[in-house]
Design a protein around this ligand. Sequence first.
Ligand SMILES: CC(C)(COP(=O)(O)OP(=O)(O)OC[C@H]1O[C@@H](n2cnc3c(N)ncnc32)[C@H](O)[C@@H]1OP(=O)(O)O)[C@@H](O)C(=O)NCCC(=O)NCCS
Length: 434
Amino acid sequence: MHFDDQAPDIKPTDLRGILRYVPQWRGHVFVIALDGAIVRDENFANILLDLAVLRSLHIRIVIVLGIGTPLQELAAARGVTLSDLRGEAPVDDATLDLAVEAAARVSHEVMRGLTANGLKCVAANAVRAAEAGILKGVDQMHRGKVDKVDAALLRELIDAEIVPLVPVIVFGRDGRTLRVNSDALASELSHALQASKLIFLTPYPGLHLSGRFVTNIKVEAVRDMLETEPEAIDEALRSKVRHAVRTIEGGTPRVHIMDGRISEGLLTEIFSKVGVGTMVYGNEYQQIRRARRFDIHAIHAITRNAVRTDALRYRTRSAIEKEIDRFFVYEIDDSVIGCAALVPYPGTEIGEIASVSVQPFYQNRGVGRKLVDFAILEAEQRGMQAVVALTTQSVAFFRDLCGFEEGSPSDLPPERRQIHEKSGRNSRVLVKRL
Ligand SMILES: CC(C)(COP(=O)(O)OP(=O)(O)OC[C@H]1O[C@@H](n2cnc3c(N)ncnc32)[C@H](O)[C@@H]1OP(=O)(O)O)[C@@H](O)C(=O)NCCC(=O)NCCS
């Protein structure tokens, strides 16, 4: 057998791209919400391996245990009619009994799996619930809502390298047993721990909007959609989307909704730029906004600096004015300190990330990379297949920090190639496929 036949299906470039994201999350808290169906899925063993990898990279994880599918199965086996499946309706005595049993089973299965993968874990009693009470005249019985999260306890556990498992069966102040919704629970935990990510592992691929799969979407777009046309969001995921918005508003910048049945999907979602599911993202980019006419002066001033050192091609004020819709700016305390533009090449699915420029005083603080990341997200949302950057002095910035590969003028459409050749600037062409 030829050695190549055994080579794993991964290109060295993929590996470089992935490894670059690894140190980024060291020490961060991720809340992982496991749908009950995922614990039952044959891929669950792989998820456990992925969790072990995350721990080995010093990512601190907290797991929320959903119980939907096991609860349904128990109900069917016992012939019990459930009054509620997700902690969203009145929970009667029989439903609570089965929910307690389902939660114990799920917790047992996850603990067994984590233990088998060398991870320490505990079922943490770290949430106090309040009764949901009477809503619109209907007694919610044993249905609860999160009242308080014991973040100190959870932090102590994760600091001691113990993975806390948080069940949806929790206690009220007086010790009363209550059932809470797992999406709301995950959201509250993310807020209390100021998690960097909340990841919903579901039996669905992620979001489809207007028939198109969405790899990433701004929280504002999702919020608008929930208000104006909630039916555009798959019903099965609507609660997760709603909680994604709440979570981001609570300070966790990224929420992922992804298929937990894909082997190595979790690692791909976290460490590769595109991932396998849908990422809803928020305030990480809150300082970036679309440029408006009154920004022309600032953009001209910032780019002029880079033009002096021949880092950027000169653009007159009127050229900037003409293209102002393509620019976005990075603002600190109401003043623009960086800019970039995404210029689509007509008739292609390629966009150029141009005029990336940060005021010298603000350089080396991550602003340039955020501008480029933002432009990439924007290009993905517009369905572009690739982005290019032409640069004389920042090849390493695009290649090593922003994940571009070195290309050549032949990657440009003919018209752009001509301009490139005529300019005599001899810029290098960098490409990132999306
Ligand atoms: C390139 C530029 C936009 C980067 O902005 P920034 O806000 O300083 O970048 P970030 O803070 O996100 O990234 C800083 C990292 O990029 C590296 N970097 C910045 N400029 C670089 C360059 N020209 N070449 C290689 N690496 C560079 C820094 O060393 C730093 O690396 P580190 O994180 O390993 O320490 C900024 O230097 C600039 O305005 N340059 C002039 C204009 C230009 O060349 N634009 C690109 C052509 S479109």
